[in-house]
Design a protein around this ligand. Structure first.
Ligand code: CA
Length: 228
């Protein structure tokens, strides 16, 4: 699965050059060119890593990092600072950046730093999500609310916990035993049928066609995988 990268930079030339280069390296690159957009996208969508310029119109990179961390977004942040901003490193790291790079930089250096940060990041990007969207389903994690096509859905507490766990581990194959242990908290194993039943209910509520799931997939002989 390619890493989703949010690139925040207001210089159009640099934004274009970097986007092309990162895309060529296999990243799924999304962009923002001002601080507020960076906050909206960074907190509303799942990213594996954020490259954040400090000098931005409106809210600067420090403010963006601070707000994202305040909102519980744990995505690794690599800050880009200008050579003259000597104090930036310390300030940036204090405000929640994970690493910094001084402009102008060599692209190879940037790629190496990104790889190092991604290696350090918790499994499945460890994103602490506020909101998540897949298909026409919107999930508000904090409020435990789910909407489909604008209509509120009734999910039981366990269904919601299971959905949240799937989202947090998207792209990973999860065994029924692991789901029972992590979502239900069982250490002695009751029937794994419990998991199948809840998955079926979730599919009924969330999938466009529950008979042919496109989000909560069965991995035969292994378990389930969320592909939203
Ligand atoms: Ca800038």
């Amino acid at each position: 699965m390619p890493y989703r990268l949010l690139l925040v930079e207001d210089e159009p030339g640099l934004l274009l050059t970097l986007s092309d280069r990162l895309a060529a390296e296999g990243y799924m690159v999304e962009t923002a060119s001002d601080g507020q957009t960076a906050i909206d996208r960074g907190s509303g969508e799942p990213f594996d890593i954020i490259v954040l310029d400090v000098m931005l119109p409106g809210k600067d990179g420090f403010e963006v990092a601070r707000v994202l961390r305040q909102q519980g977004v744990a995505t690794p942040i690599l800050m880009l600072t200008a050579r003259t901003q000597v104090v930036d490193r310390v300030v940036g790291l204090k405000l929640g950046a994970d690493d910094y790079l001084t402009k102008p930089f060599d692209t190879m250096e940037l790629l190496a730093r990104l790889e190092a940060l991604l290696r350090r990041a918790p499994a499945a990007s460890g994103v602490s999500l506020e909101r998540y969207q897949f298909g026409d389903v919107q999930v508000d994690v904090r409020r435990a609310e789910v909407h489909k096509d604008g209509t509120a859905l009734e999910l039981s507490a366990k269904e919601f916990q299971l959905l949240r766990y799937f989202i947090e581990h998207r792209g990973t194959t999860l065994s029924r035993e692991q789901l029972l242990q992590d979502v239900w908290g069982y250490t002695a194993m009751p029937s794994t049928r419990t998991v199948d039943v809840h998955v079926a209910w979730l599919r009924q509520k969330l999938e466009p066609n529950p008979r042919v799931p496109q989000f909560i997939l069965t991995v035969h002989g292994m378990g389930y995988k969320f592909a939203g």
